[in-house]
Design a binder for this molecule. Structure first.
Ligand SMILES: Nc1nc2c(c(=O)[nH]1)N[C@H]1C(S)=C(S)[C@@H](COP(=O)(O)O)O[C@H]1N2
Ligand SMILES: [Mo]
Length: 549
């Protein structure tokens, strides 16, 4: 971080902070005569750095599909705070262009503020940060008071703030070192001296930052527009046949702090390799089923929706979920059975795999057997009663109960090549993961949490367990490696969803280790042997340590 500099000869601090923008400028101008001809360069640094902050916040807002940039939030706040008569007067003067004019006015005002912070940075970095912080805070407040805002809407403001500070720090540092050189040599070879290296360095730096800002803003605009259109198309969809039931009775135990049985879409874990999820309009979506088939099939979204939908509660697991981890969620999914689609295409003898490709180029290989047996493998269009969220694969993704996501749950799926495992290698298998990967039996303690302090006596322990596509038969807990004690398990409505479990265990004062293990409905007991997530899923018993007082 740059440190406050001398330079003007006046001490920074109270005096500078007390001046109005106008007097600041004139003070600066006065000082300018005393041998520091670089003032405009500092203003330029301020404007370029502030512009970078704006561009970064706009980009973040577009990528996150937040309706608008913080600047628009400020404009809306101003509109809201403007007394009616004044607003009417303004509108009668400028007419329909009131909003673009307001935004332009804010941008011009911001440019002045940016220039000021650049000038201020020369005298006091501390004061500069107060200025930058106040402006960012104003943006944050405007975002928060917007109707229906969420806390994540603040991310673009934070991104903009950081970009602003970083760029201002870098650009002013190059000016500062120029002034330092000048004062050391006692001659006027400051940043504005022709041929002076700091000056050229500064100009190149400022030019690069400005160009990058424009690039980032344009990219944000392109992404934002595509996403907005698809978001709009998604909102307008009325999915015939997609229902949104409540969780079945009995699946939820009354244990404080236990994970909810149904995972809301907003809380559902996200794993994908692309930075920016594809935005696909349903009317542009196609799935081509080809390869070792009797007849090639090309499906449109309408074709899919014309079919009978299958629905069900299914838990989706990530193979990268460590023991006790939370890369897992349970939702109500709606879609078309993959078995029906593959029957239509007619899988030829010898084909044992479907190579699935996403619109983003990601691939996975899924056994034909899992896509055609009696499990409800589906091309999903609905998640918890609404159209798939864009991040979860809108408009269509694959979902195969019992297989980890990396070998089955292709999001934004557009291509199915029916083939054989010996013929290809998919994205994660190229990176050391297994070709085939059924979900392993596992269990997790949610409460108490690792490191919690609990009262001596009976401690209520609870968590989740899953043995996908086999079903959970029993869950047991053990204290300090002692005998396994049976836990109560909630009613399991199906074999593809996780279950909640709970147990009361007696503990005495001191430090204790609680462990859990599950048994599936075939009698297979979860192994305590510890294995890493690579290549086909972690194993081992989850444990927490508690302090009993
Ligand atoms: N296109 C695409 N699909 C993908 C992935 C991906 O990286 N790209 N990741 C997979 C993995 S590893 C998992 S665990 C699941 C996660 O699905 P979710 O993000 O909807 O929870 O999606 C699968 N589908
Ligand atoms: Mo995953």
């Amino acid at each position: 971080m740059p440190t406050p500099t001398r330079g003007s000869g006046t001490s920074p601090g109270r005096k500078a902070s007390a001046c109005t923008p106008r007097s600041c400028l004139s003070q600066n101008r006065g000082v300018s005569a005393s041998g520091h001809p670089s003032r405009p360069a500092w203003w330029v640094a301020g404007v370029v750095a502030g512009g970078a902050g704006l561009a970064a916040s706009y980009f973040a807002a577009m990528v996150m599909s937040i309706r608008e940039s913080p600047v628009v939030a400020v404009a809306e706040l101003i509109i809201k705070l403007t007394p009616g008569p004044i607003a009417e007067k303004a509108i009668s003067i400028v007419g329909q262009r009131d909003k673009p004019l307001l935004v332009t006015g804010i941008l011009v005002g911001l440019a002045l503020v940016f220039a000021l912070t650049g000038g201020l940075a020369r005298r006091s970095w501390w004061l500069t940060m107060v200025g930058v912080g106040s402006v960012s805070l104003l943006g944050g407040v405007a975002v928060v008071v917007q109707h229906g805002s969420e806390s994540t809407d603040l991310i673009p403001v934070v991104v903009g703030f950081v970009a602003w500070v970083v760029c201002l720090s870098v650009l002013t540092e190059s000016l500062r070192s120029g002034e330092r050189d000048a004062s050391v040599s006692g001659t006027a070879t400051g940043p504005d001296q022709p041929g002076g290296l700091p000056r050229r360095g500064f100009l190149v730096g400022a030019g690069l930052v400005a160009a990058a800002s424009v690039g980032v803003a344009v990219l944000g605009r392109v992404i934002g527009r595509g996403r907005r259109q698809v978001e709009a198309a998604r909102r307008l969809l009325r999915l015939q046949g997609v229902s949104a039931p409540e969780p079945p009775p009995g699946v939820s135990l009354d244990v404080a702090g236990i994970t909810s049985w149904q995972t809301p879409n907003d809380d559902f874990y996200l794993i994908h390799t692309v930075l920016i999820p594809p935005a696909i309009d349903p009317k542009d979506w196609r799935l081509r089923i080809h390869g070792m088939v009797e007849r090639e099939v090309v499906l449109t979204y309408e074709d899919l929706m014309d079919r009978e939908l299958t629905e069900g509660w299914v838990t989706l697991n990530c193979v990268s979920n460590p023991v006790g981890g939370d890369l897992i969620g349970n939702a109500w999914w709606s879609g078309v059975r993959t078995a029906d689609l593959l029957a239509e295409a007619g899988v030829k003898d010898g084909a044992d795999a479907v190579l699935q490709t996403s619109d983003d180029g990601w691939t996975c290989g899924t056994p034909v057997a899992a896509l055609t047996d009696d499990r409800n493998a589906m091309l999903a269009v609905g998640m918890n009663g609404e159209a798939l969220p864009i991040e979860h694969g809108f408009p269509v993704r694959t979902l195969v109960p019992g297989l980890y996501g990396f070998v089955s749950a292709c999001k934004w799926v557009v291509d199915w090549e029916v083939t054989s495992f010996s013929e290809f290698s998919a994205f994660w298998t190229d990176r050391g993961w297994s070709e085939q990967a059924p979900v392993k039996i596992a269990s997790r303690i949610d409460v108490p949490r690792d490191g919690d302090e609990v009262d001596a006596g009976d401690v209520r322990v609870g968590g989740m367990a899953w043995a996908q596509h086999t079903g959970i038969g029993a869950v047991e807990v053990s204290v300090d490696g002692g005998a396994w004690q049976p836990a109560e398990i909630a009613s399991a409505t199906n074999i593809d969803s996780w279950v909640q479990w709970t147990a009361n265990v007696a503990v005495e004062k001191g430090n204790h280790i609680l462990r859990v293990r599950a048994t599936d409905s075939d009698g297979l007991v979860q192994t305590g042997a510890v294995a890493d997530v690579i290549p086909d899923g972690a194993t081992g018993w989850h444990q927490v340590s508690v302090q009993v007082t």
